[in-house]
Design a protein around this ligand. Structure first.
Ligand code: ADP
Length: 462
């Protein structure tokens, strides 16, 4: 169980508060019940003290007085009831009850009350756990008392079932709360799952909104508005790139044509020819960048696999490698193909673009006399396209960045070779649109290995 989840934290708080509330209620009932029983005992003792005082006023003979007092406690005796009774005059004690049957106190240990206690008619003796009521008649003092210890025991016994039921009630309440919190958070989980699936180039993407009128509906609506704003911004950006590259295309083509025409002029001085040739190279590079940007903005608009067909990846890869072998041979590089037939679904023209970009990079980075290995295989249900070379390889710190737009490891070298850092970004966009995963490795033995894994969902049996 994830202890940091909202569900767990809410449940922990709820259960703790429930436990505290339960303990507080139990304590409140305990104190109130004990208070009420003590008050009852006090009233009873006061009444009894007054009754005995009344008798003491009538009977001066101790034996007679004792008989009358015992009559008051009939059918039991003060001892059987666990009570204390004492009648005394300044000359001595006229009557005192014996040791109680419950053995909770010893009548001989009970001290004489102070004048204040006698005046207030009541006293509480904490160490003995007893309460006393007093009454006077003439110079006679009547003391009656009872232990409060049984009250505590009685109340505890009375509330014991409540205490025993507490864990069961707590468990039931927490179980119910667990289910309810889970249900209440379900829309949040759904929103999180949907948010996970949203990509910025999916212009119609939105989070599910359940019209409950609660905070979660408000959250989903706000998030949808935010997603819409981000999508608008991304779309504006994409359109800007598309428009800009479109606008640049014609002037670049015109410049290129004019430069080529000028270069055909034989009367040019060598210096002017060199400058014009360099300009032509730059214009060609700009044209390639513009082409790359146009391709990326089209891919961002979701045009990657507009034409999805099932085709043999190995045949496409081998054909493309053959077409590029001339370029490789120019550099003295050999392309070795090992391709097993495996079908995938997608846009063959786009997938071809991925293979071209990867092979082009491999050729560019291979040393003269090096070899490039192209492999197509069915690997555990995935169609795998792998292109490895024996070139300089890619530094470990650059590996996570090479698929970013305009990222180049060695800017100067890449520029000389006509690269703008868009080839891999285009390949990644195409792969993403095909549900394929593209990755790069740079093994210790040297060279670079690029792998494209097409997800099994897109695999169709031959
Ligand atoms: P570029 O057009 O500059 O080649 P890419 O997007 O194709 O841009 O590649 C990005 C960077 O990744 C390149 O600048 C290069 O440094 C590095 N890279 C790509 N492929 C290879 C490879 N096969 N071997 C070594 N480095 C590579």
């Amino acid at each position: 169980m994830n202890t940091r989840s909202l569900r767990f934290q809410l449940l922990a708080w709820y259960s703790s508060l429930l436990l505290v509330a339960f303990a507080a209620v139990w304590l409140l009932i305990f104190v109130a019940a004990r208070q009420s029983l003590v008050q009852n005992l006090r009233d009873l003792l006061s009444r009894r003290a007054r009754q005995i005082a009344h008798l003491a006023g009538q009977y001066s003979e101790p034996a007679e007085l004792e008989r009358e007092i015992r009559q008051l406690y009939a059918p039991d005796s003060p001892e059987a009831q666990g009570r204390f009774a004492r009648v005394s005059s300044p000359d001595g004690t006229l009557f005192v009850s014996g040791p109680p049957a419950n053995g909770l106190f010893n009548p001989a240990d009970i001290p004489k009350p102070s004048d204040n206690e006698i005046r207030s008619g009541f006293a509480r003796h904490k160490p003995l756990q007893m309460i006393f009521a007093y009454a006077t008649v003439g110079d006679l003092l009547v003391e009656v008392g009872g232990s409060t210890a049984p009250i505590k025991e009685d109340v505890s016994r009375m509330l014991l079932p409540l205490l025993l039921a507490a864990p069961v009630l707590l468990l039931l309440a927490s179980g119910g709360a667990y289910l309810l919190i889970g249900r209440a958070l379900q829309p949040v989980v759904r929103i999180a799952r949907s948010a996970e699936e949203i990509t910025l180039h999916k212009t119609d993407a939105a989070l599910p909104v359940v019209q409950t009128g609660d905070e979660i509906e408000a959250l989903a609506l706000s998030l949808n508005r935010m997603i819409q704003r981000i999508q608008d911004a991304v779309e504006n950006n994409r359109r800007f790139v598309a428009d800009a590259s479109h606008e640049l295309k014609t002037p670049l083509a015109v410049m290129r044509g004019e430069l080529e025409m000028l270069l055909r002029n034989d009367s040019l001085s060598p210096a002017a020819r060199e400058t014009l040739a360099s300009n032509l190279e730059e214009v060609e590079r700009l044209s390639r960048i513009v082409q790359g940007l146009t391709a990326l903005s089209r891919l961002d608009a979701g045009e990657a696999n507009a034409e999805s067909v099932v085709f043999d990846l190995s045949r496409l890869a081998v054909t493309t490698a053959d077409q590029m072998s001339l370029l490789a041979e120019d550099k003295g590089v050999k392309i070795r193909s090992d391709a097993k037939p495996v079908s995938i679904a997608g846009d063959p023209a786009r997938i071809k673009q991925v293979i071209v970009n990867l092979l082009d990079n491999a050729i560019k980075h291979s040393p003269a006399g090096g070899a490039i290995d192209l492999r197509v295989a069915d690997e555990g249900g995935h169609a795998l396209l792998q292109i490895s070379d024996e070139g300089s390889g890619i530094p470990a710190e650059a590996l996570p960045k090479i698929f970013e737009r305009f990222y180049r490891v060695d800017k100067a070298r890449s520029r000389d070779e006509g690269g703008a850092g868009l080839g891999l970004a285009i390949a990644k966009s195409i792969c993403q649109a095909h549900g394929a995963e593209i990755s790069a490795e740079s093994p210790r033995r040297g060279g670079a290995v690029f792998k494209v894994r097409f997800s099994p969902a897109r695999l169709t049996p031959d």
